[in-house]
Design a protein around this ligand. Structure first.
Ligand code: FRU
Length: 479
């Protein structure tokens, strides 16, 4: 939603209790609230931030402008979880309240060090002429959720980077702390800078170099770069804005992509043996995916179900955006898989054999098998009048198609109303998680993923089988 700059950058302390109560009331009016996904209390949720393990629990902050469905003065809102399925807000927030983050506590990461959580993030600072100075800054959160900001800027804008320099990710590789930061070069192409903590002091960073991951620079900016390790293989997750479509086909306004690499040469800032660039998700919206290597050995990621510069039907209710399920990464036969963490099965309640259903509560999981050599089409969010979200699984020609053109309230149609990807032409499975206005589809246990919003109208809650003979189970989900 377009709101004037003076509204979006109004100080948090200037919003009256009445104004806040009104926003709260408006958010409650929405018919589209998710039941088992994280949504913002109010306002706009965007990137996952500070995804980490701290004090025996999982920590996940979300980027938020709390006063409406727009990108304004951003803060981080803290949530935590024991099982990566049930999250709750603790009340802790990283507010934009110092001279080093005066125009927003932008995205970043976190790492537990000596009993405290180190937050590494971008302080968005603008001067009176609205000229930006992007600062990489830090803060410490203790076990009682008190946040103390570091006094000094940790990394200033380097001379070979424009004002687009943000989203530091801290990670530990073989006992040494590193960070990567998304950047735009002076000739306006995207790249990633690699830093190293001097003497492993995370308040003291030196540049190693520009990360060589075999990028072409056809994008104009790389946001939210994340380096995680799966079976010791480095996987770079990143958002190359404006990426040339001859390099990778994508339909969303901005893509979220990855490369699987063979080794990390820290001395030369190089990801050795980087694969071709690939789409992380084939749905209508998944962005700013953040990952980390958890202490129990799992590689975990979570995505923003939303996109920058897109208006959503929930905007009129003063909120926008949701977090995806937490997904675990694995590599099988050289391919990257993403699948919800095992604990997601704890949401399963009553189950029945999969069949058409006139009505559901739009909160369920389907575990389906699509036989080989067949084109199947099912309609979800169906109203019996031909409307619904169409999923075609074609195991003959090897194709998955998701068609949103008849599903609920239409939006962002300028980016097309279908999404598709290819699969091997053989028997195929799909686990489909529906949560009122969210759908996450995992083909072959995460070989391909489609993450999307759907905003059903009243009565759009059925399941129809239009063709083919998919079999499987319908699970009601209870949070
Ligand atoms: C990505 C992003 C980040 C930035 C944040 C600001 O969605 O643009 O690059 O830090 O959002 O909210």
């Amino acid at each position: 939603m377009n709101l004037p700059q003076e509204v979006r950058y109004r100080a948090y302390t200037d919003w009256s209790t009445d104004e806040i109560a009104k926003i709260n009331d408006n958010v409650k009016q929405s018919p589209w609230h998710a039941s088992y996904h994280i949504e913002p209390k109010t306002g706009l949720l965007n990137d996952p931030n500070g995804f980490s393990f701290f004090n025996g629990k999982y920590t996940l902050f979300y980027q938020n402008w709390p006063f409406g469905a727009a990108h304004g003065l951003k803060e981080w809102v803290h949530t935590e979880s024991d099982d990566l399925v049930h999250f709750h807000e603790t009340g802790a927030e990283l507010r934009p309240d110092t001279k080093h983050d005066s125009h927003g506590a932008y995205s970043g990461s976190a790492y537990e060090i000596d009993g405290k959580l180190f937050l590494f993030y971008t302080g968005n600072v603008r001067d009176e002429n609205w000229v930006r100075d992007p600062l990489q800054i830090g803060a410490w959160m203790d076990k009682d959720y008190n946040i103390t900001k570091c006094e000094d800027v940790l990394i200033h804008q380097p001379s070979d980077v424009t004002e687009h320099f943000r989203d530091p990710q801290i990670f530990n590789y073989k006992g040494q702390f590193y960070a990567i930061v998304g950047a735009q070069s002076l000739d306006k192409s995207g790249f990633v800078k690699l830093y190293k903590a001097v003497d492993n002091n995370v308040e003291n960073w030196e540049e190693v170099g520009n990360l060589d991951f075999g990028g072409t620079g056809s994008e104009y900016m790389i946001e939210c770069p994340n380096l995680v390790f799966v079976d010791e293989k480095p996987v770079l997750l990143y958002c190359p804005q404006g990426l040339d479509k001859s390099e990778l086909n994508y339909d969303n306004i901005y893509p979220n992509t990855y490369k699987v690499c063979q080794a990390f040469d820290t001395a030369n800032a190089k990801l050795v043996g980087a694969s071709e660039i690939q789409n992380l998700d084939y749905g209508f919206e998944a962005y700013a995916t953040q990952g980390f290597n958890a202490p129990d050995g799992r590689t975990l990621i979570v995505s923003w179900i939303g996109l920058p510069d897109v208006d959503y039907p929930t905007d009129k209710y003063d909120y926008q955006g949701a977090m995806s399920l937490v997904k675990e990464l694995s590599i099988k036969d050289g391919k990257l898989y993403q699948y919800p963490v095992e604990a997601i099965t704890s949401l399963r309640a009553e189950s029945e054999n999969f069949a058409a259903k006139a009505e559901t509560n739009n909160t369920y999981e389907l575990e389906l098998q699509f036989p080989a050599n067949q084109k199947s089409e099912i309609l979800l969010f169906a109203d019996g009048k031909g409307n619904g979200l169409s999923l075609t699984v074609d195991t003959k020609d090897g194709k998955i198609i998701l068609d949103r053109s008849k599903a609920g309230v239409q939006y962002a149609t300028e980016f097309g109303t279908t999404r598709e990807c290819s699969i091997d032409p053989k028997e195929t499975s799909a686990n489909i998680f529906v949560d009122n206005s969210i759908i996450e589809i995992f083909i072959n246990k995460g070989e391909k993923v489609f993450t999307s919003r759907v905003f059903p109208e009243e009565g759009q809650n059925g399941i129809q089988i239009k063709s083919g003979e998919p079999t499987g189970t319908y699970f009601e989900l209870k949070y």
